[in-house]
Design a protein around this ligand. Structure first.
Ligand code: UFG
Length: 322
């Protein structure tokens, strides 16, 4: 099987490429290196350095006997999306439409998409299952839910089947050390904790300590990127076996608060992390917690030991010290 991984040199993409190659698939990566890095290039994969907004380049990539597309090339910072919606609208929504049109043109019928827990907005109940109402409170989350709607229409009108994987919080790094590129200019919690522990940053902020949660800070469901990558391989196989379109949460059903993450990291790493409480960040729901039921039922997937929070912290710390 020949898989086109759009965004395959990025943080999640490079882990997905490794998993696909390990499963004997042929891989072509299409990436503009805006957040990805050449250091993530895997031997055995082909690389095209280009942008999803460049339609001729995308069409050329899709014309090369592709069996399935994995689309991970989206802008992904919640805070930034609230300040620069135009960037997110063009890259995420127009980019996805370009991919769908190119797939239609060349008869590529299977699509795996990196969606997000951010589509749900403020939970009406937890853990959230896939039937939870979709009410994103960040523009980033809106772009993901909007893209899912395009996929539904292109399924109905063009027969493109999709699996939309709604990731909860992706963290960690390949534990074999094969993926070396650290996220450039990270805006997510764990890399910022790591950079603060390393002294790359002198301090960090915890955004909001007045949420309605046990310690007042936000709760998230952290999932190891190696576990996420495995779900993509399963989703490719599911669609190639004739599976119908699906939206599937990827999470652990376990919540960790921001304060717990910071204090646990201090303890495990043995370093003081200089943090202070700051106002809430726009677009942050107080809690995101995934039901893991459907992923198990449809893909036979559940989070492994990699997603244990101590392992997540320690394996990430290891990569920051390579
Ligand atoms: N946080 C801080 N300080 C920081 C950074 C983050 O307190 O310096 C807090 C946030 O306010 C939030 C929690 O840590 O409460 C997690 O924030 P992240 O930015 O790490 O991730 P999000 O919860 O915003 O996750 C969203 C989507 C995910 C997606 C992720 C990728 O919901 O699906 O962005 O950016 F994977």
């Amino acid at each position: 099987m020949h898989i086109l991984v759009i965004g395959g040199a990025g943080y999640i993409g490079s882990h997905v490429v490794k998993a696909l190659l390990k499963n004997g698939m042929d891989v072509t990566v299409f990436d503009n290196l805006s957040s990805g890095d050449r250091i993530n290039y895997f031997q055995g994969a082909e690389y095209i350095e280009d942008d999803i907004l460049n339609i001729p380049a995308l069409e050329k990539a899709l014309s090369n006997n592709i069996d399935a597309v994995i689309h991970l090339a989206a802008k992904k910072a919640v805070g930034e999306s609230m300040e620069k919606p135009e960037l997110y609208a063009v890259n995420n929504i127009c980019g996805a439409i370009n991919i769908l049109n190119a797939m239609s043109k060349f008869g590529v019928k299977n699509l795996i998409f990196s969606s997000s827990a951010a589509v749900y907005g403020i939970p009406e109940y937890v853990p959230m299952d896939e039937n939870h109402p979709i009410n994103p409170i960040s523009f980033y989350g809106f772009t993901k839910s909007d893209m899912e709607k395009y996929f539904e229409w292109y399924d109905a009108l063009k027969g493109i089947k999709f699996v939309s994987l709604r990731y909860f919080n992706a963290v960690g790094y390949d534990e074999d050390g094969d993926v070396k590129g650290l996220d450039k200019n990270p805006q997510n919690l764990l890399p910022i904790v790591m950079e603060t522990a390393k002294g790359i940053r002198s301090q960090m902020s915890i955004f909001g300590n007045d949420y309605d949660t046990p310690d007042g800070t936000c709760i998230r469901d952290y999932i190891h990127v190696t576990d996420l990558a495995d779900a993509h391989v399963r989703a490719v196989k599911y669609l190639s076996d004739g599976g119908k379109s699906q939206k599937i949460n990827l999470g652990t059903e376990k919540g960790v608060s921001v304060l717990e993450m910071v204090t646990r990291a201090e303890k495990l790493i043995g370093k003081k992390i200089n943090f202070s409480f700051a106002p809430r960040r726009a677009g942050d729901p107080p809690i995101l917690l995934s039901s893991a039921h459907k992923a198990k039922e449809v893909l036979g997937w559940s989070a492994g030991n990699s997603s244990d929070i101590d392992n997540i912290i320690l394996s990430t710390w290891k990569v920051y010290n390579l």
